[in-house]
Design a protein around this ligand. Structure first.
Ligand code: TRP
Ligand code: SF4
Length: 329
């Protein structure tokens, strides 16, 4: 089986954007590859965060991912900072990375703009750490959203540069794009995210979801119930596209165009379909919350397996580079 690697930052609650943008895809393909999924805490500390709540956030994310249907028996979900090889390989890759390429990265430019008070080297080096994540396990397939494609191409470049300088070591990884379009937040403007407070969390109760959906923006042309609308420009309809069965979607679209249904009816249908996705996740979460020791143990075991694989790669890398790999597995 091909090796698959992907990562997710522990920046807070899992929300619909994470689910449809990444996690559901992970769950769908988890049996087709040998899967490494990493909670990338070392990436997350490049921006402002609160160390006091961080450990809890990391564990919650693990619970959340398993609640979404990752199979603890078949995938290796692990915490990045538990495997020293990530930082180790990052340094090595730093020495084959042209500075200019990092400065050109779109995500770096965005983050530097948003975090002017703390433009640290880690923020610039972020893509190198990401390349190390993937290549430490010789990952070939990397499921990500469109916004990460540049980073995966960069990782492939780094693999090529290392291979041509020191001999063939790393495979050339490929991004595997999610089919779901980008999920916008409830404001209908920016990407759904914790920091924008425009999200529906996977663990939000039906009541909370409704409180968020009811006032959410729709097609502004529908001022009155009798005004026809255009579903294509309505963010609520975008949500229907990911949770509502095709036939019902057609009905909703038709109802909107002819003013046959009101926006509240439309949102109620959405609520029903959304909860069909969230209910089973929330049930599994309840169940797993009672088995925290088991989850901790799985993470520990996965960390140990990953350290072993990583150590193997690092020995190979260091030998090729004429460094002395004093430590052995
Ligand atoms: N940068 C990715 C994101 O923000 C997370 C990530 C870190 C990642 N390491 C990775 C994704 C390795 C894929 C492969 O979404
Ligand atoms: Fe949007 Fe639905 Fe209202 Fe149409 S009926 S504008 S799709 S919320």
């Amino acid at each position: 089986m091909k090796i698959l690697f992907s990562g997710i930052q522990p920046t807070g609650l899992l929300h619909l954007g994470n689910y449809f943008g990444a996690v559901r895809n992970w769950v769908d393909i988890q049996y087709d590859y040998s899967c490494y999924f990493s909670i990338v805490d070392l990436h997350a500390v490049t921006i402002q965060y609160d160390p006091k709540v961080f450990v809890g956030q990391i564990f919650e994310l693990a619970l959340g991912l398993y609640s979404c249907g990752l199979d603890p028996e078949k995938t290796k979900l692990f915490i990045q900072s538990e495997v020293p090889g990530h930082a180790d390989l990052t340094w090595i890759f730093n020495t084959v990375t042209p500075l200019g390429e990092l400065e050109r990265m779109t995500q770096f430019k965005d983050k530097a703009r948003q975090n002017r008070q703390n433009i640290n080297v880690g923020l610039l080096d972020y893509p190198v750490l990401q390349a190390a994540d993937i290549l430490l396990y010789k990952g070939e397939v990397v499921p990500v959203g469109q916004d990460q494609v540049q980073h995966i191409e960069f990782a492939r470049e780094i693999a090529r540069k290392f291979n041509s300088r020191y001999g063939r070591t790393f495979p050339e990884c490929q991004a595997k794009l999610t089919k779901t379009p980008r999920i916008l937040g409830l404001d209908g403007e920016s990407k759904m995210s914790k920091s924008q407070d425009n999200y529906i969390a996977l663990l939000d109760s039906r009541d909370v979801v409704w409180e968020k959906l009811a006032p959410a923006k729709t097609d502004p042309a529908r001022v009155r119930r009798t005004d026809p609308g255009t579903p294509e420009i309505c963010n609520i309809f975008n949500y229907h596209k990911v949770v509502t069965p095709e036939e019902e979607q057609q009905e909703v679209a038709e109802g909107c165009r002819t003013a046959g249904i009101g926006c509240l009816d439309c949102k109620k249908k959405l609520l029903g379909n959304l909860m069909k996705v969230l209910d089973p996740i929330q049930e599994r979460y309840q169940e797993l919350s009672g088995k925290r020791d088991y989850v901790r143990q799985v993470l520990d075991e996965n960390g140990a397996k990953c350290r072993k694989t990583a150590a193997g790669t690092m020995i190979e890398v260091k030998e090729k580079m004429g460094l002395n790999p004093v430590w052995k597995i």
